[in-house]
Design a protein. Sequence first.
Length: 437
Amino acid sequence: MQTIWSRHLRYTLAGLVVATLVGLYLGYPVYGFAAGLGVYLLWTLNQTRRLAHWLADPYATNEAPQSLGLWGELFEKLHKLNQNHRLSQDRLRARIDRIQESTNAMHDGVVMTNARGAMEWWNGSAEHLLGFRQSTDQGQYIYNLIRTPAFRSYFDAKNYHEPLELPSPAKPHIHLQIQISLFGDDDRLIMAKDVSRLHQLEKMRRDFVGNVSHEMRTPLTVISGYLETLVDNADELPAKWRRAVNTMATQSFRMEALITDLILLSRIEAGEQEINDTTTDVNRLIQQICQDARTLSEEKQHEITFTSTGGHRLKGDEKQLRSAFSNLVFNAVKYTPAQGRVSVSWFSNHEGGYLSVKDTGAGIEEVHIPRLTERFYRADPSRHKDTGGTGLGLAIVKHVLINHDGNLEILSRFGEGSEFICHFPADRLAAGSAEPS
Ligand code: ADP
């Protein structure tokens, strides 16, 4: 560029010298110089006009404007820059098209939103599964289109370890699993997977267990009734039958308890009961449960205490909450040796409400803790024979808490005792409850 510029300067000066000499020859050197300058100015102005015209639409022709010297070089360099820019733009567009093509071929819906939830891009499956439309929904907030409150809280919580399941807002027969990933500046990549078939299978399994349990209940009630009569009149039975009848009666009562829990669990899992429109007085409920627990404790003489701070009520179904809380308190009694302590407390802070059941009992080894809420999982299989539990208690607790947007925390040290804490979010709390007496 340096040499072109010096060549340009040389030619321009030479031109001006020639113009001045011609002027000198004609007797007007100053006019000659001025005429030379004028011609140079007009030529430069013309090149500037051509440049402006060309830059207004550089892709209109595939060639640069032709010119001499510095201007010719400038046109050529700009043309090359333009071509390179165009080439990388085409390459980038092809790559984007390919990514869009492949994401469009996916069966899962993919949506990109900014940090506030405004939708920026989504694929064809998202249109099908979630009912979004390119023409109207660009820039809309996603939670205005997926209006389920659970989705809004999931989106805002930024805790995306577990996926969220919900029915499609556009096609209620489609059941979706939503998984969000964060990228960039808190932007969200939202994947929606159609899990209708799995959901259907899960429902069939639940219905099957529910129905079988229901069908078994009547014959079992009859058998238990007769066995109870036999046990009541055991004196009249031959001695060799007494033990058998007693064992049969105990086992049939266990089966009845199991079936009652199975029916309850399948109802809770199906979310049959109404949980959103009622409030539960937790203080009153726990006082009743503690009373029952003292009866259960009997000669084991546990010290069972209840403390409450805040006195909030809980928005939720009392029957379900009673099942969950009583399972925790009765477990504490069952798994705590005589004279042990069981402390129940209900308290709240700005994050939510907490029901804690703490005991000084057997404790649980750390390896078992993550699996305790599975159906029929026992930390110590040999121990349940003494306690007569069904193995479904903590599964019931877990599902009741899911229905109430809560979760269960288990803290335990083997041999020292356990604490089970039910966490409820702040929007599940309602004011007004009597303090425990
Ligand atoms: P179960 O009917 O056997 O009590 P649960 O589902 O209520 O069934 O509890 C599952 C297992 O968790 C129990 O078998 C027991 O091993 C353990 N567990 C529950 N609560 C306690 C507790 N308070 N202390 C020690 N172990 C407990």
